[in-house]
Design a protein around this ligand. Structure first.
Ligand SMILES: [Zn+2]
Length: 176
């Protein structure tokens, strides 16, 4: 099932004929990176796409900064059109896609991989679908793009500006 480009409307909050579903062929923006995020909300909290959009707009964005949002149920919400540059990772927005899952914190607010089985499935489906359209596309977690403070070429855990997305996306989505 295609989630991204003209897929079933069921998986998406936009009609399939809307411009957000341009295929890579007729899209002007070059995409070569997927950045995975968490919403940094407690696992027992329902953080709706509307609330996220309001929060991001309060920070001065035009809309939610991510392209896709994966709810705890695994339901995928298409937020920002793919053609539009996201607002989710400093220095890497121009050519990337931002995918966020709901959660990333324990009930007492500590960073944790809170992904449900359904979220893991939906994230993997999205990643694989993008790989179909953009062979060789890189997949990283937000924290992997933190500044390399000691300049040794490797972003070490102590250099992570945040723990987002609270799991090792780079390792998990590595092409085996
Ligand atoms: Zn993030």
């Amino acid at each position: 099932m295609c989630l991204i480009f003209g897929g079933r409307a069921l998986d998406c909050n936009r009609p399939r004929n809307e411009s957000s579903h341009k295929t890579p062929k007729n899209m002007k923006r070059k995409i070569n990176l997927i950045v995975i995020h968490c919403s940094a909300t407690p696992v027992d909290h329902d953080y709706t796409p509307d609330q996220m959009t309001r929060d991001h707009m309060a920070r001065g964005f035009n809309s939610a900064g991510y392209h896709f949002y994966v709810r705890k149920s695994g339901y995928v919400v298409h937020l920002r059109p793919l053609e539009t540059i996201g607002a989710h990772v400093e220095g890497f927005n121009a050519n990337s896609v931002g995918i966020c899952y709901e959660g990333g914190m324990t009930t007492d607010g500590k960073p944790a991989d809170t992904r449900t089985v359904q979220q893991k499935e939906s994230l993997l489906r999205l990643v694989n679908e993008f790989r179909g359209y953009y062979p060789g596309i890189k997949v990283l977690g937000h924290r992997d793009l933190s500044p390399d403070k000691d300049g040794d070429g490797v972003v070490e855990p102590n250099e992570w500006t945040k723990s987002c997305p609270c799991f090792d996306a780079k390792k998990e989505y590595k092409i085996k």
